[in-house]
Design a protein around this ligand. Structure first.
Ligand code: ADP
Length: 385
């Protein structure tokens, strides 16, 4: 796996019972996966020769992030390496402009969007996009601007209220995509896994609660989601996986909206072609985790059952904060809740950085949510009882 982050760490964990020999190409020996995988290459994935040397001993290459340059992936394929997902699929998770254009071609509903060249063009987009003027905003504003490459956890996303406000996104020299600011009801994710010979499975659609642009809590399944909309979202994700030729796990981040006629609908926000934070709940809450199914898919093995094991599963991220001494924190959390599942990633603590997650499950959603919330806050050090 290219990338030594927590996704690689948890994918490795899923491969252990299958006896899969797992190697990582990691930026540093301290990275989350590099701490636990025995076969680690420390090197820069942006360097083609480093990638080539790493890939030479592998049956298949997969990723814990989407930043490997497309040209490098094509070069590996030309060397005869199985790259899964392949560059033609992965480019849609790397470049938001390419993704929006392709989704429009295959008829997938998205926020109104187009590439913009400068702040004046943003103002034209705002006027065209027809959002009624709001107090404190120019005509058609606010508008969401995104650099097409390199964003994550809300970095590379700006909400701008006027032309004068729109300069910063252009400073990086990366193309900028403008989108209407969707007045969404909540954020959902439809996660599917597809194998090279076309078998696919769909996990239940989840609600993903974001705080300050970072995923905070995931509830599986999304509470109160009408069956028809859930089926529609799953079908959309399966269509995207098939049409884009995705192999492995695909997370389709969605906005739930109220349509003009009052009925609920969904718009696609973005795609991730790897295990995803919105699928962490599956480690404890589904028959087969996203990590196990990602491995099965990239190895072209039959996929495992994606169904949930409990009525409700809640995952809460543990963010870096005060981060107490873990031993007393574990004593408290484990004594309070023997059903709690804790996954820490071995990462250095930086404020706001995802350093682990907890999962709870059961029949009573408010109670399941409270247990997860309490444990995540306690492990972060923001509460002490
Ligand atoms: P990232 O690549 O950082 O994950 P996203 O495109 O997912 O960026 O955007 C981060 C967050 O910004 C989303 O989860 C959502 O809350 C908000 N957002 C993004 N696009 C829009 C939009 N068009 N309308 C309203 N909110 C948006």
């Amino acid at each position: 796996m290219v990338g030594g982050g927590q996704l690689a760490r948890m994918t490795h964990e899923a491969g252990i019972p299958l006896g899969i020999r797992f190697k990582v190409l990691s930026d540093t020996p301290q990275d989350s996966a590099a701490q636990v995988v025995t076969d680690v290459t420390v090197g820069d994935y942006r360097d083609l020769e480093t990638l080539r040397a790493f890939a030479a001993g592998c049956d298949v290459i997969t990723f814990d992030h989407e930043h490997v340059p497309t040209g490098h992936l094509r070069a590996l394929e030309a060397d005869g390496i199985a790259v899964r997902p392949g560059p033609d699929a992965l480019v849609h998770a790397q470049d938001k402009g390419v993704m929006r254009a392709r989704l429009a071609e295959i008829g997938v509903p998205c926020p109104r969007n187009r590439l913009v060249s400068d702040p004046a063009d943003v103002a034209r987009f705002a006027a065209e996009s027809g959002t009624p003027p709001r107090r404190g905003s120019g005509e058609g504003f606010p508008v969401v601007l995104k650099t097409v490459r390199g964003g994550y956890d809300g970095k590379g996303v700006w909400i701008v209220r006027s032309e004068a406000d729109a300069a910063e996104p252009f400073l990086a020299g990366v193309p900028v995509l403008a989108e209407e600011k969707v007045d969404f009801v909540r954020e959902l994710a439809a996660n599917v896994v597809r194998s090279p010979h076309g078998q696919a499975v769909a996990y239940p659609v989840v609600e993903s609660v974001q705080v300050d642009g970072v995923c905070d809590t995931v509830i599986a399944p999304a509470p109160g989601l009408p069956d028809a909309l859930s089926a529609q979202a799953q079908a959309l994700a399966l269509t995207i996986a098939r049409e884009l030729g995705v192999v492995g796990h695909l997370a389709v981040e969605l906005f739930e909206i109220r349509q003009a006629d009052g009925t609920p609908g969904v718009l696609v926000n973005e795609l991730a072609m790897r295990p995803h934070n919105s699928g962490h709940w599956t480690m404890d809450g589904a028959v087969t985790s996203q990590f196990a199914n990602h491995l099965r898919a990239v190895l072209d093995l039959p996929l495992g059952d994606p169904r949930p094991r409990a009525r409700w599963t809640v995952m809460a991220n543990v963010l870096g904060g005060e981060y107490p001494d873990m031993y007393p924190a574990y004593l408290h959390c484990m004594a309070r809740d023997p059903g709690l599942k804790i996954h820490m990633y071995g990462k250095d603590v930086k404020p706001g950085r995802k350093v682990g997650h907890v999962t709870t499950y059961g029949d009573d959603l408010p109670a399941v949510r409270e247990r997860a919330r309490h444990a995540a806050d306690y492990l972060r050090g923001t509460i002490d009882e």
